[in-house]
Ligand binder design. Structure first.
Ligand code: DX5
Ligand code: ZN
Length: 215
């Protein structure tokens, strides 16, 4: 069963508790939290304080997507705030293997994220370390952008490698996912899909989540 991770980036920030509980009750599997620093990406969003604020209101795994420079500096504070999974961008990590081990040493799951232009050869040698590989199907920085279908070639390549080697990591897709594009994601090998505006931008958010799950 493919997991669905609503991105709270598209939620009503003045009502985060009810926005998180709404998707939790509608059948979400993870809660996706987009952390942006205004350096790695041209936008600033939220930090560990928001993770800490959400933590008491759901038992679902909190999937923290760090779109920041120097992720190592902030890992402990996100773990303390209640993150269950932390993913870091390969483009932001000079010592990727060390950063992944740093996350795992805190007793949580680690993952690596690839921008649309980044080849999977850059992560080949950490595939045994990771719990999640996240493919960006938009350029990171903003919600509500259009899906970039050419990324699916990479997803297929990695899904093949995963099968050949018997790896167990999740393949997550983030950006422009809706009830149409989700079908191609799953066909290519995605096991987790993130959706922000397709859920939180809908008039009926529960129904929008269920539509994506059913598709
Ligand atoms: C983009 C973020 C995504 C974003 C997805 O930089 O990483 O998680 O919130 O939003 P939608 O689903 O609206 O593309
Ligand atoms: Zn994200």
């Amino acid at each position: 069963m493919v997991k669905i991770a609503p991105s709270i980036l598209a939620a009503d920030f003045a009502n985060l508790q009810s926005e998180v509980q709404l998707v939790d009750q509608a059948g979400a599997d993870w809660i996706h939290i987009d952390v942006m620093d205004g350096h790695f990406v041209p936008n600033i969003t939220m930090g560990a304080l928001v993770v800490d604020a959400i933590r008491p209101h759901t038992k679902l795994p909190l999937d923290v997507h760090l779109m920041i420079e120097n992720p190592d500096q902030y890992i402990e504070s996100f773990v303390k705030a209640g993150a269950d999974i932390i993913t870091v961008h390969v483009e932001a990590c000079r010592h990727l293997h060390r950063t992944l081990q740093h996350i795992k040493s805190q007793g949580i799951q680690c993952g690596v994220v690839l921008n649309p232009h980044t080849p999977i050869s850059t992560i080949e040698h950490v595939l045994e370390e990771v719990d999640v590989v996240l493919f960006m199907t938009v350029n990171p920085g903003f919600g509500g952008q259009s899906f970039i279908p050419s990324v699916l070639k990479k997803v297929k390549q990695l899904a093949d490698l995963k099968q050949q080697h018997g790896y167990t990591f999740e393949i997550e897709i983030d950006g422009g996912v809706n009830k149409e594009t989700v079908k191609e994601c799953v066909a290519a090998g995605a096991t987790v899909v993130v959706a922000g505006s397709a859920i939180y931008g809908a008039a009926d958010k529960e129904q929008a989540l269920r539509d994506i799950k059913e598709a």
